[in-house]
Ligand binder design. Structure first.
Ligand code: PMP
Length: 409
């Protein structure tokens, strides 16, 4: 694979030129939110300048144009992730809403006492908290597939847990804390062997690697626009068409109905049945542009760039001797992020020292509190990479650790 031309990629991100206290930003918080390149910002501002109108219900030219752009964005996403068509692509606010949509629209109706929901110990709160609450309301049980000492899922444990009582297996594709790339096709196959469904949280996968939902055979798959060079306010829930057809809506209102009387209502076609009210039209246009932008670079090259940076960061940090790193060794089973702790320094203090150098990383539990409890730490510092990051930026991070040692250790 030809390496990325990072210098020219960076020219499309004016924000990366920003300085605080005379120091240029080193943005290593991409697992939280990626930066947005000019073509994506331009697509959204062009939309507002030239095509803005409400969709679906309009007869006038602008409404027709806005509707076409909005609908075509669904087709673009379908093509990008290997879905069969726009019927299988529901626009949500983010990954979290995708989790909630399935938990409410499917889980609340289908789960009951004796049913089992299988999660992993590395689930993000978006799925963990949501299924926990649905399980409480329905009387279903929750079981967690163990994470082993190397930060991988214990697949023997998965085979034990996923049984004929299992109704759904919900697993993160790439862990936002450990960086682990999970065997999601294998988990999906296990679920299907027991007539259970699979939900894959792809928030940290779709932005960084080629993803084909049909190859995984996932029943549901969710991700967020703002982590893939796209805008905030839009996410995607992929679902198999036959399942979505059977599911009741989760939110009601205009735009999602077929016929309404004072007594009752019927629902419109997919995916609109799950998209009531005025949706994120400009954001859909932005997401469409972000996919064009990513595909022009090539998802396989993006994946290899990030893996290379993750390997470099892991090796540099490991060589320091006083840094504890979480998750698997560098390689194909690790995505583009590294969470760690510097001995004797709290993650928040370290992150604040790094901020003094205008290095942006994240400190905390990264919405995986139970996993941090298991790791025996309250918090960690996470550096996460994207297409525009360089080895020099990682060198700056590693060099800045010395300040933290001098102040705190
Ligand atoms: N799942 C994972 C693995 C994530 O990393 C995140 C974002 N940190 C989410 C879910 C939630 O994404 P959002 O905040 O966009 O809903």
């Amino acid at each position: 694979l030809e390496p990325l031309d990072v210098a020219s990629i960076r020219e499309e991100f004016p924000i990366l030129q920003r300085e605080f206290d005379g120091q240029q930003v080193v943005y290593l918080d991409n697992a939280a939110t990626t930066q947005t390149p000019d073509p994506v910002v331009d697509a959204m501002s062009d939309y507002y300048r030239e095509s803005n109108a409400n969709i679906h219900r309009g007869i006038h030219h602008l409404s027709q144009e806005a509707s076409r752009l909005y609908e075509e964005a669904h087709d673009r996403v379908a093509e990008f992730i290997g879905a069969d068509g726009r019927e299988e692509v529901i626009f949500t606010k983010n990954t979290t809403e995708g989790e909630n949509l399935v938990a409410y629209a499917w889980g609340l109706n289908e789960l009951g006492p004796g049913d089992r929901v299988v999660l992993t110990e590395m689930e993000h709160h978006a799925s963990l908290v949501t299924w926990q609450q649905i399980a409480k309301q329905t009387g279903a049980d929750i079981e967690y597939i163990r994470v082993d000492a190397d930060g991988r899922l214990d697949m023997d444990h998965a085979r034990d847990l996923i049984d004929d009582d299992t109704a759904i297996v919900s697993a993160v594709h790439v862990s936002n804390t450990l960086g682990t790339v999970n065997p999601v096709s294998e988990l999906t196959d296990l679920a299907h062997e027991h007539d259970a469904l699979s939900f894959i949280d792809g928030a940290q996968a779709v932005p960084n690697r080629p993803v084909d939902v049909a190859a995984i055979d996932a029943d549901f798959y969710a991700f967020s626009g703002h982590k893939m060079a796209g805008p905030t306010g839009i996410g995607v829930l992929y679902g198999k068409q036959d399942l979505l057809e059977e599911m009741e809506p989760y939110l009601y209102g205009g735009g999602m109905i077929r016929k309404v009387t004072f007594e009752d209502s019927t629902w419109g076609d997919l995916p609109w049945k799950f998209e009531p009210g005025t949706p994120q039209i400009a954001e859909a246009v932005g997401l469409d542009a972000a996919i064009d932008w990513l595909e022009e670079i090539g998802m396989d090259r993006i994946e290899s760039h990030e893996q290379e940076l993750a390997r470099y960061a892991y090796e540099q940090l490991a060589a320091e001797g006083d840094v504890e790193i979480y998750g698997p060794e560098p390689g194909p089973e690790r995505g583009g992020l590294v969470s760690f702790n510097l001995e004797g320094v709290h993650a928040h203090d370290l992150t604040s020292i790094l901020n003094d150098h205008t290095i942006a990383v994240r400190a905390g539990d990264h919405c995986t509190q139970p996993l941090h409890d298991k790791l025996g730490v309250a918090a960690s510092t996470r550096a996460s990479f994207y297409v525009y990051n360089t080895r020099e930026e990682i060198d700056k991070l590693v060099a800045a650790l010395d300040d933290a040692r001098q102040l705190f250790a």
